[in-house]
Design a protein around this ligand. Structure first.
Ligand code: BGC
Length: 447
């Protein structure tokens, strides 16, 4: 039978430190902005915290054994910066870095390549207090320092790195509408500077990685607003491309093109961020891969009657389907990756996140029959396979997520995992989707 994916395709899954580690105040770890933010009443549904979560800090061996059984090639996880540098800068916490060494060693011993994300939104609270966190350019310097020292301390255990995960979840949600940590509401000008400072952190982090580990492979994991043309005709496809480039002007377009597009600068006017000489040389330095977190996309039509000549609208049909995260638009993975490829021809694209949530529960026989997730996977993977057939250089797919975990301000209700977690006992139950994923990896086919 023919395969849907090449032999050397990379399969795995992703998590983030705050969402899975627990041990929030153990072994010298400093608090992160999320450990502070969660104390605010109702900041997180049910007022839950990341204190224990899936306890991966202690359960990692059990987790790696499940990953091995599924057959993952890689595991993407993020480092808790404040576990390694409790103050964000200064002295390294030996117990903190030791944990990540042990995790990498366990993965490697089981044939799984660690893919590290340096920043998945859990800034050390000490840096928020010291300099206003990402409001200050200094934060990018502290980030680069953390990246450098951590990479050296890991002594070559990891070779694949994502500098930053999804800018927006930190910049706009953390510092503009305040719904995420650190829960600040800046003006547009302030927000735009935060956005720029984070781009700079990516650029500076990338540069130090090149310096200290020339053989490292480095990229980002970004979730731009993806666009799906209403029809596959040249005028609608072209409209979707223009819309995509402009709407994402402040992050992915700026990185890939080495500057903010005119449309962004015009729209922001006097609120545009301050950019220093040399910033964009760092920010747009070549990456080894581009990680795209693809969940859904907006629809776009060619609209000759409008000034921009395109109209973006929400895909109502995308909300019909899952009861939790409510977004089902498989075409996003095809169009998202194809448009990125046509615009900027990245060397390699990794789907660094894709997945869905529900209120999964074990059935009477103890199994978790998450058939909706299998339906989701089939549809999205067909769409990814189509992109590969059309020449889009997608080399890997990392499912979000390996485990049910703390879904930020949505708490523990939304379950995104291939593996069910009983938060009371820390028992793990690989769901039916984990078995589907295992077959997919074994055969290279969407069954
Ligand atoms: C984030 C994850 C999050 C997932 C599901 C992504 O945007 O990187 O941390 O859990 O979406 O909402």
């Amino acid at each position: 039978m023919t395969r849907d994916f090449p032999e050397n395709f990379i399969w795995g899954s992703a998590t983030a430190s705050y969402q899975v580690e627990g041990a929030a105040h153990e072994d010298g770890k400093g608090p992160s902005v999320w450990n502070e933010f969660e104390k605010r009443p109702s900041a997180i549904i049910d007022n839950c915290t990341g204190d224990v979560s899936c306890d991966q800090y202690h359960q990692y061996k059990k987790d790696v054994a499940i990953m091995r059984d599924i057959g993952f090639d890689v595991y993407r996880f993020s480092l808790a910066w404040s576990r390694i540098f409790p103050e964000g800068t200064g002295a390294m916490n030996p117990k903190g870095i030791d944990y990540y060494k042990r995790l990498c060693d366990e993965l490697l011993a089981n044939g799984i390549e660690p893919y590290i994300t340096f920043y998945h939104w859990d800034l050390p609270q000490a840096l928020q207090d010291k300099c206003g966190g990402w409001q200050s350019r200094d934060c990018a310097k502290y980030f680069a320092d953390y990246v450098e020292k951590t990479t050296v301390a890991l002594e070559g255990r990891c070779k694949n790195f994502f500098t930053v995960n999804e800018f927006l979840g930190c910049t706009d949600q953390g510092y503009f509408n305040g719904v995420c940590a650190p829960g600040i509401k800046l003006t547009k000008k302030g927000r735009n500077q935060v956005r720029h400072n984070m781009l700079l952190a990516h650029g500076m982090g990338l540069q130090v990685l090149r310096d200290v580990m020339p053989q490292a492979r480095v990229g980002i994991a970004e979730n731009p607003v993806f666009m799906t043309p209403v029809l596959d005709t040249p005028e609608h496809v072209d409209a979707a491309k223009r819309a995509f480039r402009e709407i994402n002007g402040h992050f992915i377009t700026a990185i890939m093109e080495g500057g903010y597009p005119d449309s962004y600068l015009e729209a922001e006017g006097g609120d545009a961020p301050e950019v220093k000489d040399g910033d964009f040389k760092l920010i747009s330095a070549p990456m080894d891969f581009l990680g795209l977190n693809i969940y859904y996309g907006r629809l776009v039509r060619f609209a000759p009657e409008l000034e921009k000549k395109y109209e973006i609208f929400f895909d109502d049909a995308a909300t019909e389907w899952t009861d939790c995260n409510g977004m089902f638009q498989p075409a996003a993975i095809y169009w998202g990756s194809r448009i990125v490829n046509e615009l900027w021809s990245p060397k390699e694209i990794i789907i660094s996140e894709n997945g869905t949530s529900n209120m999964d529960r074990p059935a009477a026989d103890g199994e978790v029959y998450d058939v909706f997730r299998i339906k989701y996977l089939r549809s999205y993977l067909e769409s990814m396979s189509r992109a590969i057939r059309d020449g889009v250089p997608i080399t890997g797919y990392l499912h979000w997520s390996f485990l049910d975990n703390l879904e930020w301000r949505s708490g523990y209700r939304r379950r995104f995992g291939l593996t069910f977690v009983n938060y009371r006992t820390q028992e793990r139950i690989p769901k039916l989707s984990a078995k589907f994923f295992k077959e997919l990896i074994r055969t290279g086919r969407i069954a």
